[in-house]
Design a protein around this ligand. Structure first.
Ligand code: PRX
Length: 663
């Protein structure tokens, strides 16, 4: 069935007229059945936030229920529900199985080559207990960090929940990051075990993951005593005696029952590394009770989730926080049915997402603006091949959505009947903070709208004065349960990064934003040296440090250049040592080097050869000026530069290199 009819020209016109509309009210029919259709939650949260959150927390099943809500005696080290005891894996699995929902499908898994597996809650509970026992036999227990480096296969869910069952914080590394970053992350988190795979598939090709990981010095890490290997592609790999074990053998030999550990609410559930202003990634630490409370609650109210009717699909990778919160914990805490897709959006063909939506009857789709922009570019013919009429709600995350992509999503995918929730949040916040409630909030394309109940956001000027209009620093003015607790083994950095600028009670987000006359929030972008490529958060410093580690490179400055497809693209200015000469071969070697060091997502799209870089007298590179140059603008004030002439030389170079590229 076609969701849109008519020619591309008509569609263009319709999109145009949609983008001219400023607000979209929740459709009446949606509102009638919505989980939240009035402002009572907002009122409760406003009148007594602590009571509001405690009541939310009590919707989980606790080993011993908390009587305390927020403990703010030592800011910014906030604690939530601290006298409660709980287990995350129990809440995601046993609770539903005990309630008679063991046969409900938790995940419809779809493999790249069309394979299908339906994993029920009971299936997952069985394997989680076995793996948990297998890990315990290998001496892994509470507080031992376990790395997970797996593709989008059901075992990744089993691995995360097995860790949660025994109180071992998991440290998932995105499958698109390089084996070298895995090795580094295992080192800095002193992981005791790693769960990985023999090989991974991507668009019909395979990568020998385990062998690559072995090549990156993983064997030198004394603390890494166990590597569990999932057999996936059958790729040959060496299994180190005593250290390495096959996942299936571990499960086969393990006991079926593993009682969940009774953990303090503030027990660490996971560490997830994300990019910051410096080259070393930040280990965001989330704890158990508060995180679960926030995630269960936001999944329900933002996605209007009705677990016995909906089929939920969050298209992220589990290696990002979006996957942690809205593929694994959020839907499973609510006992929902989700879809998990192994592959890329354009393999085997560009209609695969829409085929999946049709096949499993997806009702709620949550994705990133960059994916929508790509689909828009490929054209309506792909979604038109499939029946998307089961969809009732759409979501986006990761970057601001441009009005045209919003209008296309609304019209072509949502058939104009589905509300769109543009959700703003971060790895640090654990869950969604600013977002429409789909049955309640009128949306404005490009705005994440309003803070959720219990969340107080604001925009501050440099001096901490609240701004009702104009651009400033986005802040969160009161603690919330799913907030990060610290940076792993970097307490000072935690305080400095988030709680210094405006004091220890006010969380500095790192984004610039403005509010409009209705109090709606519009996210402008990062205020630090973090860039956003296709919704993936990257540190310019980390990419620079990878580039300068390459031979002949003297110096590098990386910026995020505006890009139609990916929002921002990595552009690197590179100066070479002595008499080294730039050429295409060097350019492609540098790009590959970055892919190997960090991952393909970090690979520069453009390299600009420079003789010198614009620096202040104290030697700081002025990225603002580099952005002007890359994007072909008149450059701003250069009076503070040590060598103002550098700018004209660079502009000339960019023009020359652009011309060469055009030939
Ligand atoms: O700049 C904001 C942008 O993504 C950053 C967080 O990145 P990360 O920790 O990787 O988490 C991404 C998924 C939650 C934010 O600081 N961002 C996220 N969502 C939005 C957004 N920018 C605009 N609109 C959004 N909806």
């Amino acid at each position: 069935m076609a969701t849109t009819k008519g020619t591309e020209d008509n569609l263009e016109q319709e999109l145009q007229s949609l983008t001219e509309r400023e607000t979209f009210e929740p459709p009446a029919e949606f509102r009638q059945h919505a989980v939240v259709d009035d402002d009572s939650l907002h009122r409760k949260a406003h009148d007594d936030p602590e009571a509001f959150w405690l009541e939310r927390a009590r919707q989980l099943t606790w080993v011993s229920e908390p009587t305390e809500s927020l403990d703010d005696s030592n800011p910014p080290f906030f604690r939530w529900f601290a006298d409660g005891k709980i287990n995350a894996s129990y809440n995601c699995l046993d609770r539903h199985v005990d309630a008679g929902l063991g046969d409900r499908v938790a995940f419809h898994w779809r493999g790249e080559e069309g394979e299908e597996e339906a994993w029920t809650y009971a299936d997952l509970l069985r394997d989680v207990q076995r793996l948990a026992n297998g890990l315990k036999e290998r001496g892994i227990g509470r507080e031992d960090v376990v790395g997970i480096y797996l593709p989008m296969i059901p075992e990744v869910v089993v691995a995360m929940l097995a860790c949660a069952r025994i109180g071992a914080p998991h440290n998932v590394v995105f499958g698109g990051f390089s084996p070298q970053s895995v090795s580094e992350r295992m080192k800095v988190s002193e992981a005791k075990a790693l769960i990985t795979v023999d090989g991974a598939r991507r668009k019909g090709k395979t990568a020998p993951v385990k062998t690559e990981v072995d090549q990156e010095g993983i064997g030198d890490l004394d603390h890494l005593e166990t590597i569990v290997v999932v057999r996936r592609t059958g790729a040959d790999c060496e299994m180190a005696e005593g250290r390495d074990v096959w996942y299936h053998e571990l499960l086969d030999g393990a006991d079926d029952e593993c009682p969940p550990e009774e953990l303090d609410a503030e027990h660490p559930l996971y560490i997830l590394y994300t990019s910051g202003s410096t080259a070393s990634p930040k280990g965001i630490v989330h704890t158990t009770g508060g995180y679960l409370t926030g995630i269960a609650h936001t999944t329900k109210i933002v996605f209007d989730l009705k677990p016995d009717e909906d089929v939920f699909w969050c298209s992220a990778d589990v290696g990002w926080v979006t996957g942690h919160s809205y593929i694994v914990y959020g839907p499973m805490l609510n006992g929902a049915t989700s879809v998990m897709w192994e592959g890329a959006p354009d393999y085997p063909d560009k209609d695969i997402w829409w085929e999946i939506c049709e096949r499993y009857g997806v009702t709620i789709l949550y994705t990133a603006p960059t994916a929508i922009r790509a689909a828009l570019k490929w054209g309506v013919e792909y979604p038109e091949r499939h029946d998307l009429s089961a969809l009732r709600l759409l979501g986006t995350v990761g970057e601001p959505i441009n009005p045209k992509a919003w209008a296309w999503y609304h019209k072509v995918i949502g058939g104009e009947r589905c509300p769109i929730v543009d959700t703003w949040w971060q790895t640090e916040t654990g869950g969604i903070m600013i977002s429409p409630l789909p049955g309640l909030t009128a949306t404005k394309p490009g705005s994440a709208t309003l803070p959720l109940p219990g969340i107080e956001a604001g925009v501050y000027d440099e001096n901490g004065e609240e701004l009702d209009e104009g651009q400033g620093y986005l802040v969160l003015k009161r603690p919330w349960p799913s907030m990060l607790r610290t940076l792993y083994r970097e307490e000072d950095r935690f305080v400095e990064t988030y709680f210094e600028k405006f004091g220890r009670e006010t969380y500095l987000v790192g984004d610039a934003a403005r509010k409009d006359e209705d109090g709606y929030f519009w996210i402008v972008g990062r205020i630090d040296d973090v860039i956003n490529v296709s919704g993936h958060r990257m540190s310019t410093a980390e990419i620079e440090s990878a580039i300068v580690s390459y031979e002949h490179v003297a110096e590098s400055a990386v910026i995020g250049e505006d890009d139609e497809d990916s929002g921002q693209a990595v552009t690197a200015f590179v100066t070479l040592e002595g008499d080294a000469e730039p050429d295409d071969e060097l350019e492609s070697s540098i790009r590959e080097h970055v892919a190997k060091r960090i991952g393909k997502v970090a690979r520069p799209k453009r390299i600009i050869w420079a003789d010198d870089l614009p620096k202040t007298r104290s030697g700081k590179i002025m990225r603002r000026l580099l952005r002007d140059i890359a994007e072909g603008r008149e450059h701003g004030d250069v009076s503070t530069l040590r060598e103002p002439g550098v700018m004209d030389d660079l502009a000339e170079k960019v023009r020359e290199q652009g011309d060469e590229g055009d030939e």
